[in-house]
Write a protein that binds this ligand. Structure first.
Ligand code: MSP
Length: 509
C-alpha cells in the first residue's frame, strides 16, 4: 500500500498579490510533493487562498469591489502564478467555498459541544494587517511588531475558545512528539509561548459579516484565523468524507513562515484537540525572504512578483534558485546578482556543460547513439552517494542540501570527463565506456533534479533518448546504476540554459 503523504502551504490572503515570499513556500512544498510522488507515496498537495476577514473586506472597499469580487480576482492571480511556476497542487482551496463553511461549522460546533467555547466580552488592541489582537507588552512603540503599523482598540461581544485549558495537553504532545515542530529552535519557541501561559482567545466577531457564520449564534461570524486554519481539515474531507479524513489525518506536513508559528503550533493543535482530533504530524517553519535586509511588504514597496524573475531566468531557473540558495529555516536574503551567479554556476555551467559535452561527443564520435554504461564505474559510487544524501535531505525538508548533493555528482562527472578527455579518444570501447557512464549520470540527475526543475529534466531525459518522463519514475529503483539501456538516439539541441550576463556587463555592453 502506498503511504499517504499530505503536504500543505499556508493559504494566502487575497488582499495582496503573489510575491516571491509566497512563491518560496509554494515551490518548496511542490518540490517535496514531487519527491514523494517519485517515492511512490500517495500524495495530497494542498494550497489555496484565505478570503474572509476585516483586511479583505477593507481592501475590497478601497478598490471599489465587493469582498467576493476582491477574493475572486486575487485568488485567480495566485492560481495563475502557481500555474506559471509549474506547481503541481492536487487541490486549491478557497475559504469561501461551501465545503469549507461546512467543515468550519462542524469542527467548531464539536469544540463548542465538548465545552471548550464560551461567551464573553472582549476588548483589545487589534492589528488589522495581522487579523490579531496584541498585548500591550508585545507592541513596538505602540505599533504592531510585525507590520510596524498602529493597532486599534476594539471591543465586542464574542465567543471565546478555552485555549488556557490546553497548556498541559500541548506540552504533553510536544514532549511525546519531539519532531512535530521543526527546526528545533522553532519547537523551543512554541514551547516558550505555551509555558508563558495561554489565555482564552476570542474566536468570533459581530463587527463584520464577511466570514463563516457561527452555527449556534447567527449574529456572529468566526474570526478569520479560526476559519482559515481549518482549511487543512476541509481538504482532507472533514465534515464531508470521513474515510478520506481518516486516510489523510493526522499525516499532514504543514509548511509555514515564522510569522504564523503561534497559530499553527499553538492554536491549531489545541483546536483539533478540542474537537477530539489529533494534532498535525509535522509543522516545518521557515524564515523570511529579505530584500535589501528587509522583509518584503506591501507598505515597504519592495515586493517582487515571481513573473518578473521568470522572465529573466525561466521557470526552472526561478525554482532552482529558491530551492538551492535559500536554506530552509533561517531568514534568507534575496539578491538579483546572487540569482545570476547561481544560474550561471549550476545551470549554464555545470549541468548545461555536462549535457552539451556528452551530446556533442556522442553525436560526433558515437554516430549519435548513446552507449550503455559499464556495470562497474567510478561514477556508480558517486551516484549512489548522491541519491542517499538527496533522499535524506528531502526527508529532513532541506531542499538546498538535496540539490547540492545532486550538483556534486554533476561536478564530479565533469571532472571525470576532464581527467579522461574522451574528446581525444577515437571511436571504440574505451570511448563508449566513458560516454555510457556519463549518460547514465545524466539519466540519474534527471530523476533526482525533477522535483526542482520538472520541465528541464523532462527535456534532458528526452535528449538522451529515454522514453517517458523522469517524473513517472520510481525511487529507489530509478536511481540504481545501470538504468540507461544504451542504443538510444541522443540529441544535441540548443543550450538548456544560455549564460546570463551580470547586470554591470549588461549596462556597459
Ligand atoms: N492567510 C494567512 C495564513 C493562513 S494559513 C491557515 C497568511 N497569509 S499571507 O498571505 O500573509 O502569507 C503567509 C505565508 O506566505 C507565510 O507564512 C510564508 O509562508 C509566506 N511568506 C509571505 N511573505 C514572506 C517572506 N517575505 N518570506 C518568506 N515567506 C513569506 O499569513
Amino acid at each position: 500500500m502506498p503511504r499517504p503523504f499530505y503536504i500543505t502551504t499556508p493559504i494566502y490572503y487575497v488582499n495582496d498579490a503573489p510575491h516571491i515570499g509566497h512563491a518560496y513556500t509554494t515551490v518548496t512544498a511542490d518540490a517535496l510533493a514531487r519527491w514523494h510522488r517519485l517515492l511512490g507515496d500517495d500524495v495530497l498537495f494542498l494550497t489555496g487562498t484565505d478570503e474572509h476577514g476585516l483586511k479583505v473586506a477593507r481592501t475590497a472597499e478601497a478598490n471599489g469591489l465587493t469582498p467576493q469580487e476582491q477574493a475572486d480576482r486575487t485568488s485567480a492571480r495566485f492560481a495563475e502564478a502557481w500555474q506559471e511556476l509549474d506547481i503541481s497542487y492536487d487541490d486549491f482551496i478557497r475559504t469561501t467555498e461551501p465545503r469549507h463553511h461546512r467543515a468550519v461549522q462542524a469542527l467548531l460546533q464539536r469544540a463548542h459541544d465538548n465545552g471548550y467555547v464560551e461567551q464573553g466580552t472582549y476588548s483589545g488592541l487589534y492589528c488589522v494587517a495581522c487579523e490579531a489582537y496584541y498585548n500591550e507588552a508585545d507592541l513596538n512603540d505602540g505599533n504592531c511588531p510585525i507590520h510596524g503599523r498602529p493597532v486599534e482598540l476594539f471591543e465586542e461581544d464574542n465567543y471565546f475558545f478555552k485555549l488556557s485549558h490546553f497548556t498541559q495537553p500541548l506540552l504533553d504532545w510536544l514532549g511525546e512528539h519531539p519532531d512535530a515542530i521543526q527546526p528545533e529552535s522553532k519547537r523551543n519557541e512554541a514551547i516558550g509561548l505555551i509555558r508563558q501561559g495561554l489565555e482564552d482567545v476570542s474566536i468570533t466577531r459581530t463587527s463584520l459579516t464577511w466570514g463563516v457564520p457561527v452555527p449556534w449564534d447567527r449574529d456572529h461570524v468566526f474570526y478569520v484565523w479560526y476559519d482559515a486554519l481549518i482549511n487543512y481539515a476541509t481538504a482532507a474531507g472533514y465534515g464531508s468524507d470521513p474515510e478520506g479524513f481518516d486516510k489523510w489525518w493526522p499525516r499532514v506536513h504543514h509548511l509555514i513562515g515564522k510569522d504564523i508559528l503561534r497559530f499553527h503550533c499553538v492554536y491549531w493543535p489545541a483546536m483539533l484537540m478540542a474537537a477530539g482530533e489529533l494534532p498535525p504530524h509535522r509543522v516545518y517553519v521557515h524564515g523570511f525572504l529579505m530584500v535589501g535586509g528587509e522583509k518584503m511588504s506591501k507598505t515597504g514597496l519592495n515586493q517582487i512578483a515571481p513573473t518578473d524573475l521568470v522572465r529573466d531566468f525561466g521557470v526552472d531557473g526561478f525554482r532552482h534558485h529558491f530551492l538551492r540558495d535559500v536554506h530552509f529555516g533561517p531568514d534568507g536574503d534575496f539578491s538579483y546578482e546572487g540569482m545570476i551567479a547561481r544560474y550561471n554556476a549550476d545551470l549554464a555551467n555545470n549541468l548545461g556543460n555536462l549535457l552539451s559535452r556528452v551530446a556533442t561527443i556522442v553525436t560526433r564520435r558515437c554516430g549519435g547513439i548513446g552507449p550503455a554504461p559499464a556495470a562497474e564505474s567510478p561514477l556508480a559510487d558517486l551516484a549512489r552517494t548522491a541519491f542517499q544524501a538527496a533522499a535524506e535531505a528531502w526527508e529532513a525538508v532541506q531542499p538546498s542540501e538535496a540539490l547540492e548533493a545532486t550538483w556534486r555528482l554533476i561536478r564530479d562527472t565533469n571532472a571525470y570527463l576532464e581527467t579522461n578527455e574522451p574528446w581525444k579518444l577515437e571511436p571504440g570501447p574505451a570511448l563508449d565506456a566513458i560516454m555510457g557512464d556519463a549518460l547514465e549520470v545524466l539519466r540519474i540527475v534527471a530523476v533526482l533534479a525533477t522535483p526542482a526543475m520538472p520541465a528541464t529534466c523532462a527535456e534532458l531525459w528526452r535528449r538522451i533518448g529515454m522514453p517517458g518522463n523522469p517524473d513517472e519514475q520510481r525511487l529507489p529503483g530509478a536511481a540504481a546504476w545501470g538504468g540507461y539501456p544504451g542504443g538510444l538516439a541522443v540529441e544535441k539541441g540548443q543550450p538548456l540554459f544560455p549564460r546570463m550576463a551580470s547586470p554591470e556587463t549588461k549596462t556597459s555592453g
